[in-house]
Design a binder for this molecule. Sequence first.
Ligand SMILES: CC(=O)SCCNC(=O)CCNC(=O)[C@H](O)C(C)(C)COP(=O)(O)OP(=O)(O)OC[C@H]1O[C@@H](n2cnc3c(N)ncnc32)[C@H](O)[C@@H]1OP(=O)(O)O
Length: 417
Amino acid sequence: MTDGSAYFEPVLRNLAPDEWDQWYETLLRAFGGVQEAPEERELWNSLTEFGRFLAAWDGDACVGTAGAFSFRLTVPGGASVPAAGVTGVSVAATHRRRGVLTSLMRRQLDDVRSWGEPLAVLTASEPAIYGRFGYGTASFQTDAEIDTERAGLSVPAGTDAVRLRYATPTDVLDACEAVYARLVARRPGMLARRPGWERLGVLDPESERDGGSPLQCVVAERDGETVGYARFRVKPGWGPAGPEGTVVLSSLDALDPAADAALWRFLFSIDLTSTLVARGRPVDEGWQHMVADLRRCRPVLRDALHVRLVDVGEALEVRTYQTPVDVVFEVEDAFCPWNTGRWRLSGDAKGASCERTEDAADLTLSIRELGAAYLGGVSLAALAAAGRVREVRRGALAEASLAFGSGGAAPWLPHGF
Ligand SMILES: CC(=O)SCCNC(=O)CCNC(=O)[C@H](O)C(C)(C)COP(=O)(O)OP(=O)(O)OC[C@H]1O[C@@H](n2cnc3c(N)ncnc32)[C@H](O)[C@@H]1OP(=O)(O)O
């Protein structure tokens, strides 16, 4: 107890359907109490997996919330691995800093382990919250505010063969979802979308528009096949020198470079606009190399997916390694002590084994660093440079660091949850 409030012992229970409204109000209030549009609320209600959501109670008052969606996450090598998508975490301000979050995290990670899911993942309202529970920042995103008149976009050969047409977002939802589904295996960090989740991308409540248009959609087609799409809003603006509207990108997926370039060229050239706001984009996305002047795009790097290895052995076995690796990790995991100890990882691009060992350690690190390096977006060498990984056997760091790379595309989380 740090603030002098009365002692209380939170009671944790699985959330029941008739408690959902109170649970959700507790969550909304912890984020400021602004109400969401009915369609948004209805979507989150329908996506709630009741056996996997928790509420903390003080008497009949809900004072803490947390949930875990049953996702499948792409890991390096392309496997789609069960992962608990941690969501809806909050503690009522009246009960903060008395250990409610800690008890929710304790119960949740025990649950995830009992469900046999080797990974837990989340996006953080504040990144400083989750390291203590063993989560490491594993993927990043680029947010950009692009001066489309001066950035100088040039597109690759083949772009002109892509046909673009406007469509109502919901009318072409299935075709867009099929494009997304084909991309999932190509990038670590992407989530296979279960039925219902596709609606997230076309939610269009008035309250989210911030002066912009309803959601618009353009699909990219080649030989009659949908090869990409972009969803966006246009926010008109007028200054003393004329039009200065803004395009706000909501989502964009494309199957090949020409389709991708056609969509970006379109977004750069919508009449009466001069700014394109693109948030949550992959850090290695093609447009960054199609522009002549990246400074005019004002890219900003932000943390995205935080990864927690719930079962070290299984998590390290289900991904592959871009170069051969044979190292012993000495892992420290204070919050999930079943992971603590020495593990021998032997693997390559075809597969891997990871077993407990009595052999001497080659590298020592905490579970948080393994989570950060897991998707290949943060190198073990960079973590070692920060003093967070220690090399015991000379050469082990370079060997493991290279092997853990994502093998091509940088990890990316396409949407929040
Ligand atoms: C995946 C998601 O849903 S992310 C959303 C997270 N939720 C929010 O940001 C909503 C607003 N904030 C809250 O609801 C709460 O303040 C929470 C959930 C962040 C923290 O809940 P609490 O019950 O106060 O946390 P608890 O008392 O268990 O704290 C555990 C430790 O974490 C620390 N901690 C808690 N919140 C924060 C924070 N925002 N930043 C840094 N450290 C924090 C505490 O100081 C404590 O440290 P200690 O063990 O060294 O003393």
